[in-house]
Design a protein. Structure first.
Lengths: 833, 50
């Protein structure tokens, strides 16, 4: 099994050669890199053009041969260097296997197929144009649409004339990358919802304009136009144009209101529906009876404003989903399958999707396990931290079970496959996630709760007004009653929330956090407890050098440089950690390395025989050597030169650099913090002590984590969970609010409300700040909406409000809450508590 | 007075036409990518393939 993204080397440019002889450097016409090879100079229209590599030259020739040269004048950034033909072939040939792309490719009746591609390397709209034109001219491509905003393309092609790799290659040859891509279902559904909302919004806005055009004539009603006959005809026209708005455009609100009623939930849709229907019914009654004003203008404008807010909200959610969808591109994963034939056992590289339970596969050290299985042969240790939270490698001997997603560290393993793909470990986790999600506390949005009281109050007030006019005065009761309903129309109230949430969603995206479930943002502001996973969340999830113990004769820096020289020959995580810890600069070269996978290696450096490896390995190689006892209970690497020990390196999974600052910020804002980890107790306790978190629980299984969250929430706590591993998924699903970090596994992402795209914990602190600001804006908006109603309702009760006044008040208050919400989009806002 | 009947009919017909055009544009995906279309105008292919 190759490393997950190991199929293609991405953009590895050769080191630039200093060419100071003539002072100026030729730049590549296509990618603007340094052009060194004079053989690639092209004389075009007078001035010679230079190219850095044959790939760029070929890309430019292709572009110009197709008449697409305007690209070079319009582009706003330089292109990426395309890979050579052989590299592209190697990377793309695997896409010929339909099993790899079955979820991304849609077949049509006439045999043609459509694939959705995710594009990398788009810099400006000119790039999108170039790709669209290029693909459109490939023989066998039926149609192409490139969406710059989402960096996606839809290509419909005829498989009889063209293979999928050739479609991809047309894009790759220009220096971009295209991956077949399986969008999240969520994204598809959001897109459909948004398009539906756009239709309803457009029609409602059109009708509102038409109604307003006629109604505004009545606002300044004077003289001849007031002739009753004309007025009735024009009001009839308004009634006709209001009908589609009330009967079709506003249907989503009625549906939401019905759902809310059936499930006895508070919701904004209920007061909205009541407002629309009563406003319309009252106006209809006035029109038919010929007494009193009509409010068709207010009703249509109300519906179109609300649909507009809903549209903005859906677009924000879709944009978040698209950002996340980028993680779902399909890249081939190869595994080494073992098969017996007459010549003995043969090893064959096949796509992961081709494996069946019962197959045997070989996994080399450093490779990622693509399947669940049982060890048949080989002894090794594997890193399972994303699955269990265990930060130390776990040793595996024949008969042991291994899980998809872990990494083999030490030596080759031969496995019998027990489950592949969606049937693997993740599937069992999905059941636990669903179970935990059922116990998730219900979200009671603030605005919705206010709205229910508000609606009840308004309906009572309307009833009181009607009774008062009917029995205590000789005036008609209907006009004032309808005025009360229309003017109190909870427009500002119902815009207050979506406008603020949509702006906050955009603000979050700018901070690198995608919000996947709308109400989570409101809940986040009410959180009392934050629970962190340990391994990979508070810590980096990979070893780092903690301490070096040197022999009396050696210098810490020298031994580290020497160790890095040896470690350069190993893929082991400990070796990589040592290389990362070593100072930059020139290193001695280790020659003739002889490695024992998982134990260590021996090599010659400057004529001296050196060893880097575990204590046991050192004692096997030098039985006579006296080694000091371990200084720390951590993972240990020892360095030996010419039969004498030089140093011991101690490595451990360390805190993220920003963890302390984030934890302190959260604690300072009054949150109670806890750690729920699957790792061993001493490690978790030490980390808890280091961060000042007393509630640090260790050794929890995934279901136990979720149960602990549920128990905490049963005491009234509102819990936010931060995690990344497969084992965190149930607890993420069960919490009131949850975050998946940028390094999270797919299971964790799908279970979480917020998904970080910026690495590290910093986005968590930023999200809490933004959620609190959003709640402040929400309160301001609600206060404004209620204050406006307190002021306007008495006027309406007294029967002093004209239709034009009602329409104007409604628009102005809606505008005020929308503009106030826009403040949340700013990313440079001061942080106030 | 009679002119008002004509006005009402004309308004309704116009409104219907515009609404139909809008619904068509949404279904045809005209609103899916608002940036690329503006750019495409500038990209006139004034250099025909040789």
């Amino acid at each position: 099994m190759l490393a997950r993204d190991g199929a293609v080397a991405v953009n590895q440019r050769p080191p630039l050669r200093a060419d100071a002889a003539n002072g100026t450097l030729a730049r590549c016409y296509h990618c603007d890199d340094e052009a060194i090879d004079s053989a690639l100079t092209q004389a075009a229209q007078g001035a010679p053009r230079y190219f850095c590599c044959p790939g760029c030259l070929a890309a430019t020739e292709t572009i110009e041969a197709l008449g697409l040269a305007p690209y070079y004048r319009q582009r706003e950034g330089t292109a990426s260097r395309p890979l050579g033909l052989a590299e592209r072939d190697a990377a793309l040939a695997l896409f010929d296997d339909p099993i790899l792309t079955r979820d991304c490719v849609q077949s049509h009746d006439n045999g043609e197929r459509t694939v959705r591609l995710l594009l990398e390397g788009l810099r400006c709209a000119a790039c999108a144009w170039l790709i669209e034109q290029r693909l459109g001219r490939v023989e066998g491509v039926v149609s192409v649409r490139v969406y710059f905003a989402h960096a996606q393309a839809f290509v419909r092609w005829d498989p009889a004339r063209l293979a999928l790799p050739a479609v991809l290659d047309a894009v790759w040859a220009l220096g971009y990358r295209a991956w077949p891509f399986d969008p999240l279902q969520q994204q598809e559904q959001l897109r459909r919802e948004r398009v539906d909302c756009m239709r309803r919004f457009g029609i409602a806005a059109l009708c509102a304009m038409q109604v307003m055009m006629v109604a505004s004539a009545f606002y300044f009603d004077a003289g001849p136009l007031a002739a009753d006959e004309q007025r009735r005809w024009l009001e009839g026209l308004n009634l006709l144009t209001t009908l589609p708005v009330v009967l079709w455009c506003a249907v989503p609100f009625y549906r939401g209101a019905w759902r809310a009623l059936r499930h006895r939930l508070a919701g904004m849709d209920l007061p909205v529906s009541v407002g629309i229907l009563l406003g319309f019914a009252g106006s209809l009654w006035h029109f038919l009876s010929g007494v009193g004003p009509t409010y068709f203008d207010s009703v249509t404008m109300f519906v179109s404003l609300l649909l507009g807010a809903r549209y903005v909200d859906l677009r924000g959610q879709e944009r978040s989903a698209v950002q996340l969808g980028r993680l779902h591109q399909v890249q081939p994963v190869l595994v080494r399958r073992l098969a017996d034939d007459s010549n003995g056992t043969q090893e064959q590289q096949v796509l992961m999707q081709r494996l069946q339970p019962g197959d045997r596969v070989r996994v080399l050290p450093g490779e990622w396990l693509a399947v669940d299985g049982v060890v048949l042969a080989g002894c090794s240790s594997v890193d399972e931290h994303v699955l269990t939270g265990e930060s130390r490698p776990v040793s595996k001997t024949p008969g042991a079970r291994v899980l998809q997603g872990s990494v083999n560290l030490d030596s080759p393993l031969i496995l019998q496959v027990t489950a592949v793909g969606r049937e693997a470990f993740a599937a069992r986790m999905a059941a636990a996630v669903a179970e935990a999600a059922r116990r998730r506390p219900p979200v009671a949005a603030l605005a919705a709760r206010v709205a229910v009281w508000f609606t009840g109050g308004v309906l009572l007030l309307a009833l009181a007004t009607a009774l008062f006019y009917a029995f205590a005065t000789h005036l008609p009761w209907l006009p004032a009653t309808v005025a009360v309903l229309v003017i109190s129309c909870p427009c500002a109230l119902s815009l207050a929330t979506p406008a603020a949430l949509a702006a906050a969603t955009d603000g979050l995206l700018a901070r690198g956090v995608a919000l996947l479930r709308g109400p989570a943002l409101e809940t986040l502001a009410d959180v009392t407890h934050v629970v962190f996973d340990k391994t990979g969340t508070l810590t980096l999830g990979q070893p780092a050098l903690v301490r070096t113990v040197c022999a009396a004769s050696s210098q810490p820096l020298n031994v580290l440089t020497l160790a890095a020289a040896l470690a350069a020959h190993s893929e082991h995580p400990l070796a990589r950690a040592l290389m990362a810890a070593a100072p930059e600069g020139s290193r001695p070269v280790a020659e003739a390395p002889l490695a024992t996978p998982g134990a260590g290696l021996v090599a010659t450096v400057d004529g001296a025989r050196c060893l880097l490896g575990s204590r046991r390995y050192a004692q096997t190689m030098f039985p006579a050597l006296q080694l000091p006892s371990a200084a720390l209970p951590l993972q240990e690497v020892c360095l030996i030169r010419n039969g004498e020990w030089l140093a011991f390196f101690y490595l451990a999974d360390v805190l993220r650099p920003e963890a302390r600052a984030v934890v302190d910020t959260l604690r300072a804002s009054g949150l109670t913090l806890a750690i729920f980890s699957g790792d061993r107790a001493p490690v978790v306790a030490a980390l808890g002590a280091e961060l000042g978190i007393t509630d640090a629980r260790a050794g929890l299984l995934p279901a136990e984590k979720a149960a602990a969250i549920a128990a905490l929430q049963a005491t009234g706590a509102r819990v936010a969970v931060v995690g990344e591993g497969v084992n965190d998924a149930p607890m993420l699903a069960g919490a009131a609010v949850s975050f998946a970090l940028a390094n999270a596994t797919e299971q964790a992402r799908l279970a979480a409300d917020f998904s970080c795209m910026t690495p590290g914990l910093a986005p968590i602190a930023a999200s809490f700040q933004l959620a609190r600001r959003a709640r402040r804006v929400l309160w301001q908006n609600l206060a404004w909406a209620l204050g406006y109603n307190l002021l306007a309702l008495p006027l309406a009760v007294c029967g002093w409000v004209q239709p034009w006044g009602a329409a104007l008040c409604m628009s102005l208050s809606s505008l005020a809450v929308t503009i106030n919400a826009q403040r949340l989009r700013r990313t440079d806002a001061p942080d106030r508590r | 007075m009679e002119i008002i009947f004509l006005l009402i009919v004309v308004s309704l017909v116009l409104l219907g036409l515009i609404a139909w055009g809008f619904l068509w544009a949404v279904s045809a995906g005209q609103f899916e990518d608002l940036e690329a279309q503006g750019r495409a105008i500038l990209m006139d292919e004034d250099e025909p393939p040789p």
